[in-house]
Design a protein around this ligand. Structure first.
Ligand code: PMP
Ligand code: GLN
Length: 381
C-alpha cells in the first residue's frame, strides 16, 4: 500500500504502556490516572443507560451538557458563549482537533506547531493536505521564541496550534504571551487551534490564560477541552470544542461525518455531575498539586534533576547525571526494563529534537502509593 502517512507508526503511548504491562513496570508513561473518576459521575452513567438514554445525541451534543459547559466558561473565563452556535461536543479532544484541522486546512497550507507537540497534530494536518512548520519552544522553560515564530509565518500560514498547559512540559502561556500573539497575527487571516485539555490542571496559584478570555484571539480560534482530563475518565473519550459561530459551522460539517455525535449516556452523566458539582474544577489544582509535590519531594532524593511542572499532570526530569550515554528513548526503555518504571521520552514530540536532550516525562496522575513505589525505584537508579 502506498501509505498516506508513511512516517506514522505505533504511538509512543501504546508502545510504552504495552511494555509496562509486559515487564510489570509501574506505568508513569501514557497520561491517565490509576484512580477512578467521581463515584456519583460513574453511577450517573449506569442510571442513564438504564433510563434508556442510549440513542444518538444531537450532532452538536446533548443540550443539557452544552448548557453546563457554557456556564463553566462564564464562571471560569467570563465569556458568554452561545451553547447552540459555539459549543460542539466530540468523542474526545483528539476528534475535535482532527475536525478543526480538516475543516480549515487546504492542500498546500502551512500549520505552525510548537515543538515539542502532541503527536496527533501533524498526521491530522497531513491528512488535510497541509504541512506542519515546526517551531521549537525555547529551553529550558518551553516558552515561545517570538522571533522564530515570526520568522516561520508565511503567506501560506493557515493556522497556529497552541497547547497550554503544555504536554509534555507542563509550561503555561501567560496572558501577556496571548497578547503578544494577538499583535503578531493582527491583520492576517491566520486561525488558531488552542488545545486546552489541561485547563484546570494548573498549580502554585497560577490562573489559566484561556484563549476564551481573549476577545481578539477567540474571534479566530477553536478552543478544545477534554472531560477525560478534568473528570479522571480518559477512557470516556468525551471532549468539546468552542468556536465562534462561523468556525463552529465549518467544524460541524466535518464532525457530522467523522463521528456524527458523542456517546449519549456519558453526556447525560457529565451534564448531571457538572450541575450537581460545579466546584469539581476548582478543587482540581489542589488535588493534583499535592500529587506533583509528593512525587517531586520524593524524587528530590534521586539523581534526576527537574523544576516542578506549572501545569498538566506531567513532570519532566533530566537524567544526564545518571546515564548521559543513553538517548531518551533508550533511557525510557532501560528505566522500564531494568528499574520497573515506564516513562515517555521527550524527543518523540519533536521533529528535530535539540542535541543532547536528556529528558523523560513522568505522569503523576497516580495514587499516593503508586507514586511512592515509583519514586522508591527511581531513587535507586
Ligand atoms: N491534547 C493533548 C495535549 C493531550 O495530552 C491529549 C491527551 N490524550 C489530548 C489532546 C486528547 O484528549 P482526548 O483523550 O480527549 O482525545
Ligand atoms: N495524552 C496522553 C499522553 O500524553 C496520551 C493519549 C494517547 O495515548 N493517545 O500521555
Amino acid at each position: 500500500i502506498q501509505s498516506k502517512l508513511p512516517n506514522v507508526g505505533t504511538t509512543i503511548f501504546t508502545t510504552m504502556s504495552q511494555l509496562a504491562v509486559q515487564t510489570g513496570a509501574i506505568n508513569l508513561s501514557q497520561g491517565f490516572p490509576d484512580f477512578d473518576g467521581p463515584q456519583a459521575l460513574r453511577e450517573a452513567v449506569g442510571h442513564h443507560v438504564m433510563a434508556g438514554h442510549n440513542q444518538y445525541s444531537p450532532m452538536t451534543g446533548l443540550p443539557a451538557l452544552r448548557e453546563q459547559i457554557a456556564r463553566k466558561i462564564a464562571r471560569s473565563y467570563g465569556r458568554q458563549v452561545d451553547m447552540d452556535e459555539e459549543i460542539t461536543i466530540t468523542p474526545g479532544a483528539t476528534e475535535a482537533i482532527f475536525c478543526a484541522l480538516q475543516a480549515l486546512v487546504r492542500p498546500g497550507d502551512e500549520v505552525i506547531v510548537l515543538d515539542p507537540c502532541y503527536d496527533s497534530y501533524e498526521p491530522s494536518v497531513e491528512l488535510a493536505g497541509g504541512r506542519c512548520v515546526h517551531v521549537p519552544l525555547a529551553l529550558p522553560d518551553f516558552s515561545i521564541d517570538w522571533q522564530r515564530l515570526a520568522d516561520a509565518l508565511s503567506p501560506r500560514t493557515r493556522l497556529i496550534i497552541l497547547n497550554s498547559p503544555h504536554n509534555p512540559s507542563g509550561a503555561l502561556l501567560s496572558r501577556d504571551e496571548l497578547e503578544q500573539l494577538a499583535r503578531l497575527i493582527r491583520g492576517s487571516d491566520i486561525y488558531l487551534v488552542s488545545d486546552e485539555v489541561y485547563e484546570h490542571l494548573i498549580y502554585d496559584g497560577a490562573r489559566h490564560a484561556s484563549v476564551l478570555a481573549h476577545e481578539e484571539l477567540y474571534a479566530r480560534a477553536f478552543v478544545v477541552s477534554s472531560f477525560g482530563k478534568t473528570y479522571h475518565v480518559t477512557g470516556w473519550k468525551t471532549g468539546y470544542v468552542v468556536a465562534p459561530p462561523a468556525l463552529s459551522a465549518e467544524l460541524r460539517k466535518v464532525h457530522q461525518f467523522v463521528a456524527f455525535c458523542g456517546v449519549s449516556p456519558l453526556q447525560w452523566a457529565l451534564a448531571d455531575y457538572m450541575a450537581a458539582c460545579p466546584e469539581h474544577v476548582d478543587e482540581l489544582p489542589a488535588f493534583y498539586q499535592a500529587k506533583r509535590d509528593l512525587f517531586c519531594d520524593l524524587l528530590a532524593g534521586s539523581r534526576f534533576t527537574f523544576t516542578r511542572a506549572p501545569g498538566t499532570y506531567f513532570q519532566l526530569a533530566d537524567y544526564s547525571a545518571i546515564r548521559d550515554d543513553l538517548d531518551d528513548v533508550e533511557m525510557s526503555l532501560w528505566l522500564t526494563r531494568e528499574h520497573g518504571v515506564a516513562t515517555i521520552p521527550v524527543s518523540v514530540f519533536y521533529q528535530s529534537p535539540p542535541a543532547g536532550l536528556r529528558l523523560v516525562r513522568f505522569c503523576f496522575a497516580k495514587r499516593e502509593e503508586t507514586l511512592r513505589q515509583a519514586a522508591e525505584k527511581l531513587c535507586r537508579v
